[in-house]
Every structure is written in C-alpha cells, then in structure tokens.
Design a protein around this ligand. Structure first.
Ligand SMILES: Nc1ncnc2c1ncn2[C@@H]1O[C@H](COP(=O)(O)OP(=O)(O)OP(=O)(O)O)[C@@H](O)[C@H]1O
Length: 695
C-alpha cells in the first residue's frame, strides 16, 4: 500500500546564546576588562585606562554592554554552564529531536576547554553524553535503543574522519530527507558513555593542533562529534522509530596573521580557518537579518563548515551557541567581535520537529543502498591507493612513480574542481529560487497595493506595504550581486578545469605507456564517482522536492477544504493509501465511522466550523493566504465554499495515482533505483577495465 506522511508539529525556537569568560592566565600580564552582571549581562571595559570619567559620561569610551540568555564569569565551571544552559534540552535527543551545541570564539578563548574539558572539570561533550546514557538506562525496559557515534574534522576545507586511523578525504552529500550527510563517515555503535569518551579521546589525539603565539595547543580544525539515538517501542508502535541527533561542535579559533606570527602552512591553515569562520559569521548575519527582512539569501555553501552546521543554524535543531571570550585587555577587539556575532545569533530561529521514521519505508532502504555503495567506492579508492603505494616502493619503477604522484595530484584536483562546480551551481539555483520567490511576492504586493490605493483613505496599510516592497527590492538586489559573484567563481572554476584537462591531454600525447593507461583509468573512476554523485544529488533533490511540494499542496488542499483528520483517513483508506504519523489506524477508523461519515458530510467549513487552520505554511499558496492583508484566502485550489471537499480529495488522489504521483513514493524510488543501477553497472565495468590494465 502506498503511504503518505502526516505533517509533524513544528516548533519555532530561537538560538540559546550563552557567553563564557575564561580566567586570566598567568602569562597574560594585562588587565581584566570583562565583568559578568547577574548571570546575563556582559560588560566590556575600555582597554584604554587613560580615559577619564568625563570621557565616559560623554559616551566617548569603547565600553560595551550586551545581554544574553546566560553569562558565566571566570569562576564558573563547565558543569555550571552545562546545568544552566544545556541540560534541559539534552533529553530531547532521546525523544527524537535534534540538538546542536557549538562553541564560538577567538583563538585561546577556551572553546576546547568548554567542549572537551579536563579530568577535574569535564566539558560539555562529556557531560551531555552521560545524560544521554542515563536517560536511555531509565527507558530501556519499554524501548529499544541504538546509539551510534561519529567524529569528523574540517581541516583546510577538507573533511577527515577522526575515528579512522588514516582517513581519506570525505565528501558532503545533500540528502533531502536527512539533510547534509558525509559520505563514507564511520558511525560506530556504542553502548556506554565511556565507549564514546574513549572514541572522543582517540579522535582528539588525531585532531590537527599547532602551537601558535596565542595558544600552545591551538586547534587548527573544526571538530564535530555526532551522537545518533534511534528509539523503537518494544510493544507500543513497534513500526515507529524516533531518531534524535546530538551534534557537539568545537570550532577552530579565528586569528589574525599579524598576531600569530604564522607563516607557510600555518598561514594557509589560518586563512582556511578564517574562511570557514567568515562564512559562518556571514550566515549568522544573514540569518539575523532574515528575521527582519524575510527572504534574504543565506550563503551556507561558501564553506564546508557552514554546510555541516546548516541544520543547527536554521533547520530542524534546537541549538545552543557558547561564545567564549578572554578577559584580557589585549583581546578587546576579538572579544567585542565575538559578542557582536553572539548578539546577532540571538535573533536566529530554528524549527524543531520530531524525527519519526517508519521501519519499513522504501526511502530508508534506498538510503541504506546508497550508503553501502558510497562506502564501497571509498574502499575501492583506498585499495587503488594501496596498490599504487606497493608499486611505487619498487626502485625499478622510480620514473613511473613521479608520473604517478603527479597524476594523483591532478586526479585530486579534478575531483575538487568537480565538487566545487556542483556546489557553485547549486548555490546559483538556490539564489535564483530565492529571488523567484521574492519576485512573486513583489508582484502580489503590487497587486494588493494598487487595490488598497484605490479604496484606502489614510494610506497606513499602503505605507506598510510599500516599506515591505522596499525590503524585498533590497533582497533582490543583494541576491543579484551574490549571483554575479557566484557566476565569476563558476567561470574561474571552468577555467581551472580547462587547464587541468590541458595538462592531462599533453601528458597523454607524450606518453603512451601502460602506467599512463592505468592512471587514466583511475582518473576515469574518479570522474565516474563524481558523475554518480551529481546524478544522485540531482535525481534525489528533484524527485523528493516534487514529492514534498505535492504533499504540502495536498495537505493544504485537504485541510483548507475543511476536512478533519478522521475524514481524511477515511478517504485515504478508500483510495488505498496509508497515512503515516497518525495514531489511529485508518482501517479501524473506517469501521468505526463508516456510518457516521455519510451523515457527517460537512455542509459548512472554514473558521466558523471550528476546524483548525492547517499548520503548513511553506507552499506559495499557504504563504499568500498567511500574509494576505485583505483577509481573503489566496489558495490556488479555490475557496472552500465553492468546492465539495470530498470531490476535491478524490480528484487529487486519482490524479496522484495516474501521471506524476505526488503521493506515492514508490514510483520515484523505482526511478531512482533504475538510474542508480545504470551508474552502478558503469562503475563495475570501469573497475573491470582498471584491474585488467593493472595486471
Ligand atoms: N575556564 C577555564 N578555566 C581554566 N583554564 C581555561 C579555561 N578556559 C580556557 N582555559 C585555558 O586557556 C587555554 C586556551 O584554551 P583552549 O585551548 O580551550 O582555547 P581555544 O579557544 O580552543 O583555542 P584555539 O581556537 O586556538 O584552539 C588553555 O590553556 C586552557 O586550559
């Protein structure tokens, strides 16, 4: 039986922002300029002591004051930070919700100390893991739990698995159902907090750290520890799985090259760290602005870090930002900078929704298939690398080795180039979509303005609408500018692709030997893996986006027509559909209600009938209804009083069972699976050629 899923309740919530000031260190001979007032306010004094009383009352000092959800002074322990700002949301993870905690601050401000901690003062990672396992212990009798753990780092814009001894480069994948995932990342099953802490320590020992002028063990990478908790009822709802995730993020510190005296590789690390943090700061800015300006574009795609943190910043996650600061006067600019972003982050809204899965969904089967294929591709790549290093250890092949390593570099650059192009093109299309929505809102506003101008006497509504119009025009202009920049990046990317291709062509024309054939095959394999990725992303995005749109429209139609849950269930059963996420089974409902339904066919619907407004407001139709100033519904399916809701549903579902289905996922999955098989076949034949050539 095809199935549809009822929309789960979404709760909007703002980011919780806490500030933690570390103690002044002995070697910092400066002055303490940070004061925490009543556990909420942070006062930063002017570092210039020569400013006198007069300067202060004339507002000529650089003194600044901010207010946050929580503020902790130098005497506060990690346990205090945990208890007051995080402990209340950690239990949500065991109930199928996502939680993200990240530490943000300049280098040496105490991020790692806060997240990881010490033996005497365990950090937030350690404390939250203990809570998760304590909660699982309490509910173990009634429910089954599966806990897995992954730990990654983003170093120089490359993702590494910290739970792998010698991890290769990992790629990000965008899954319309799961959000951003990392292909090939190890997820280890764990049964206790102790085991995770063991993995955490192992991962931390592999993390890239360096001694800088500012911090002796400065983290050079951004680290993300993710704990996934799947919960299945033993007796009640055995088909339902709640899937909560806890992401704990320790960012690398921002720094200025002039302050750290770094050069060479260290300088490059710093530039990449700053690039990611700048991208994060830009996203925080845009998201803060979005609360006031509506459809502003958020440039998540500008770094791997922001793509990984996307859900935590605006999606389905309850998020806590811990801004860490140093009390030293010489850190004044860094401190104010951190607090400025933390202040903006207070505006950010996320939309939390319980992740409820069904054990036998087709999509999850499909997801597993992709995951195992991705792992297989990673393993094959690893085998190839091993084989090549075996070959390169033979002295007779020294000349070939040089060529080999040259081509390895080229292969890697090609892979990066293709990834970047996919990313840029997706960014462009997201920008275009945002602007398309902006333009259609503009058009609607223009219509409403002209209608109101004709009838309104004092013009107050028109004034508001015109102000909104200006904001949208502003958004469009900013997005267009961003689009021009992306276009330039695409051109640069294409130029680089041409250069790489030219280098390969030249090498091939000079060498017709066996080594080159082998290496070229390897390059082709990489190319195939990339096209597979492209195809996968494009197909999954497109099919699932259509499905989602269709479903949203369907829900809007049904609920907007005034049907209640029972009536929808009844009709769904008649059409041979199963609705996931509702507690009453449709069959039981039909039996219970078959007689009453015929007589309870609604004669009047809409607000007066006491039927709740639908919660989904994301489709354009619902959006326009939500915002229409004249109070009339703008739904594209017609007004409730004009159409028979039963007939509408029957029309819709019969449309769904013909043509392009917007209800059943099975046809999309089979589309996807056949595309997938095709690619898989190609990869197999490609591998065959490679091994033949190798032997
Ligand atoms: N609350 C605290 N109590 C005592 N010492 C602290 C505290 N916070 C930080 N420190 C000390 O300050 C130093 C820098 O802290 P830490 O390494 O956590 O900074 P960071 O922000 O992670 O730096 P980077 O970004 O360079 O990795 C360390 O020696 C740490 O032990």
């Amino acid at each position: 039986m095809p199935s549809i899923r009822a929309p789960g309740a979404k709760k909007s919530t703002t980011l919780t922002v806490a500030v933690k000031c570390r103690p002044l260190r002995h070697k910092e001979r400066g002055r303490d300029i940070v004061q925490v007032i009543e556990s909420k306010e942070v006062l930063i004094l002017d570092p210039d002591l020569s400013k006198d009383y007069l300067d202060r009352i004339r507002n000529r000092t650089k003194e600044k004051k901010y207010c946050f959800d929580h503020a902790f002074g130098p005497d506060s322990t990690n346990l205090e930070v945990y208890t007051k700002s995080i402990s209340s949301i950690i239990p949500e993870v065991v109930q199928g919700l996502n939680v993200t905690v990240f530490a943000y601050g300049s280098t040496g401000s105490g991020k790692t100390y806060t997240m990881v901690g010490t033996k005497d003062d365990p950090g937030l990672m350690v404390l939250s893991l203990h809570t998760v396992f304590d909660l699982i212990k309490m509910d173990k009798r009634a429910d089954e739990f599966e806990v897995t753990c992954s730990y990654l780092e983003v170093y120089n814009e490359i993702i590494y698995d910290l739970l792998e001894k010698s991890s290769g480069h990992l790629e990000l994948r965008e899954d319309p159902e799961e959000g951003i995932t990392v292909a090939g990342l190890r997820c280890i099953k764990v049964h206790s907090a102790g085991k995770i802490l063991e993995l955490l320590n192992m991962g931390n020992s592999r993390r890239k750290t360096e001694s800088t002028e500012v911090n002796a063990t400065s983290s050079r990478s951004h680290a993300v520890l993710e704990i996934s908790v799947k919960r299945k009822g033993r007796n009640k709802y055995p088909n339902q799985v709640l899937h909560g995730k806890l992401a704990l993020v320790d960012l690398a510190g921002s720094e200025r090259a002039t302050e750290t005296n770094n050069a060479g590789q260290k300088l490059r690390d710093g530039a990449n760290i700053n690039r990611s943090l700048l991208a994060l700061a830009n996203c925080i800015n845009a998201l803060g602005k979005q609360q006031k300006k509506g459809l502003a574009y958020v440039p998540y795609r500008n770094s791997k870090l922001t793509r990984i943190l996307k859900d935590g910043l605006s999606g389905n996650s309850q998020t806590v930002m811990i801004a860490t600061i140093s009390p030293a006067d010489i850190q004044y600019h860094h401190t104010v900078n951190t607090l400025k972003y933390a202040d903006r982050a207070k505006e950010i809204k996320t939309h939390v929704q319980r992740n409820v899965g069904v054990v036998d969904t087709h999509v999850s089967d499909y997801q597993r298939m992709i995951d195992s294929l991705q792992t297989e591709v990673c393993q094959l790549k690893k085998k190839l690398a091993e084989k090549e290093s075996e070959l390169s250890s033979k002295p007779a092949e020294k000349a070939a080795d040089d060529e080999l390593s040259w081509l390895n570099i080229i292969s890697h650059e090609i892979s990066e180039n293709v990834q970047e192009r996919i990313n840029l093109q997706k960014a462009m299309s997201e920008l275009e979509e945002t602007n398309l929505n902006n333009r259609s809102e503009l058009q609607r506003l223009d219509d409403i303005i002209s209608r109101h101008q004709a009838v309104e006497l004092d013009g107050a509504i028109v004034k508001d609408l015109i102000a909104r119009r200006l904001v949208i025009l502003d958004n469009i202009r900013e997005n267009d500018e961003a689009g021009i920049n992306y276009q330039k990046e695409i051109e640069a990317n294409e130029k680089q692709r041409g250069q790489l291709q030219g280098m390969i062509d030249e090498a091939v024309s000079r060498n017709g030997n066996k080594t080159y054939l082998r290496i070229l095959s390897q390059y082709r394999l990489l190319g195939m893996a990339n096209s597979e990725l492209q195809l996968e992303v494009a197909m999954r995005d497109q099919v699932i986006r259509h499905q989602r749109e269709g479903l949203k429209n369907l829900w809007n139609l049904l609920m907007g027509q005034g049907l209640d849950e029972k009536q929808i269930s009844h009709l769904a059963v008649k059409q041979g559909l199963r609705i996931e996420g509702w507690t009453m089974t449709p069959l039981a409902l039909v039996e219970k209600q078959s007689s009453s339904l015929t007589s309870s066919r609604p004669t009047s619907v809409g607000p007066s009938s006491g039927i709740e407004e639908p919660k989904l407001v994301t489709s354009p139709s619902a959006y326009s209804r939500d915002r229409s100033v004249d109070g009339k519904s703008n739904m594209c399916f017609g007004s409730p009083e004009k159409r028979d809701p039963y007939q509408s549903f029957l029309d819709m579902s019969s449309h769904a069972s013909h043509g392009r289905s917007c209800i059943s996922t099975s046809s999309a999955v089979s589309d996807l699976a056949s595309g997938r098989r095709l690619v898989y076949k190609h990869i197999h034949s490609e591998m065959h050629i490679i091994f033949e050539q190798c032997n």
